[in-house]
Design a protein around this ligand. Sequence first.
Ligand code: ATP
Ligand code: MG
Length: 558
Amino acid sequence: MSEEKSLNFIEEIVEADLAGGRYKTIHTRFPPEPNGYLHIGHAKSICLNFGLANKYGGKTNLRFDDTNPVTEDTEYVDSIKADIKWLGFKWSNELYASDYFNKLYELAIDLIKKSLAYVDDSTSEEIADQKGTPTEPGKPNQYRNRTIEENLDLFAKMKAGAFKDGAKVLRAKIDLANPNMHLRDPIMYRIKQAHHHRTGDAWCIYPMYDFAHGQSDSIENITHSVCTLEFVPHRPLYDWYIEQLNIFPSHQYEFARLNLTYTIMSKRKLLQLVNEKLVDGWNDPRMPTIAGLRRRGYTPESIRMFCDKIGVQKRENLIDLSLLEFCIREDLNKNAVRRMVVLDPIKLVITNYPEGHTEEMEGENNPEAEDGGGSRIIPFTKELWIEREDFMEEPPKKFFRLGVGLMVRLKSAYIVKCTGFNKDEKGKVTEVLAEYFPESRSGHDTSGIVVKGTIHWVSVQHALNAEVRLYDRLFKVENPAVEEGDFKDYINPESLHVIENALIEPDLRKATFSERYQFIRKGYFVLDEDSSEEKIVFNRTVTLKDAWAKETKKGIGK
Ligand code: ATP
Ligand code: MG
């Protein structure tokens, strides 16, 4: 990425509009439908909409696009607000499309009075049938010629609840032969005897997206209404309504939605995962939701950095999940405190170290931090836990860890030399034996011994237990959305690996939800909300390096 960033195409439009005097100031909106939790794709839209307003001194409305009573819920409204705030953005006004139901109803009457809308009694099948195909014009039916009076009367009766669901619709009277199917007399209102999360039972007719969205933009004086590419063919209709109604000229611009490898981005499908209990709720750390990413340990900074790096395009593409992981590593490398945790323990006994003795070692909190990060005390004793994989009975060449005769540094402590090991009757190694070099203590090393490897450890006497949850991609295939069959068949059965008895250094008793941790050599971790007084639970946010990139897992060096 170049240091000096060029403008994205929407910024170019905004700058031209401001320079040309089309608008004095800009006003954008973020319009979520409260039918699910926000995901990383929404973050792209949030960063774009709020980012434009921040950059050009404008405003951004948060508008809940709540025109479909059946799928919406206040739980979603609350989560959406919490997520936007957490991402670091402030909206100017919190608005609801449902607050405009009266106004939209009046606008519909205005169109009827202009002979630009009519009540149609056809069934949805008949309407689809009469619409024709992209190569064949549609056919008008007898309802299209209803008089203004008749239409006003029937529309009022629709509103009053005189008809059953599906019995009638209000349609715009545009052009049944238009090559753009969206202009072939689109439906404006349908009857739905359903309870709405805000308006209750006040309404039984609800506006369609196309009639609600642009009009809501216009009511709010939105200058740049930014949406995703699938709405390109809707734009002529967006413009038609605004022009015929002669209301504030909002304009729609489209950008490519974010698609991320190994991820599903549709709220409907994410809801299926939640409902079918294939994940532990909307905030399962494997979910691409903002709530899931937060629980996983992602920071707002890392998500904003990601959105900045992917930019804003006019063409669909698939972004590599490893770019998101790169961004969180960048952030956490600077901001996570270092701690030692053993995930798969084997005991190391330092045979020449005094029995019952404890030394307080000083461990740096974060060598990458600008202020040095301070330090903490790590107790060191004769018996330590180390990772089982850091010992080999028959080590190959260039194994810079433990094997009989090999030396390593114990992080922040001494250099030790492996002298032997013990096995149980089944042949499993139960203990590794070593001798330490008293003059090699970290920070005061006068031993002159040079070793290539450094390993982490935890004192057996002082170690605490914790559950550690390791995550992998939720899907086995790059683009589950385009695979044949059910997307759920592509779920990665190994996306969660729970280590019930990890051994953690005692300082982690003080772990907080806001702090981020690097477990040395194991990755970045965060405390999980399932933690309690009795049980400490950590989530791995991301490994230290991209495990999927081509690299050997051996030769860990320091
Ligand atoms: P979904 O298909 O996941 O249900 P949606 O488009 O129906 O998404 P909305 O709540 O309507 O969800 O989205 C609010 C805003 O976020 C819209 O302006 C929409 O264009 C944008 N948005 C949704 N998904 C993405 C994405 N993957 N990338 C970028 N913007 C997105
Ligand atoms: Mg939508």
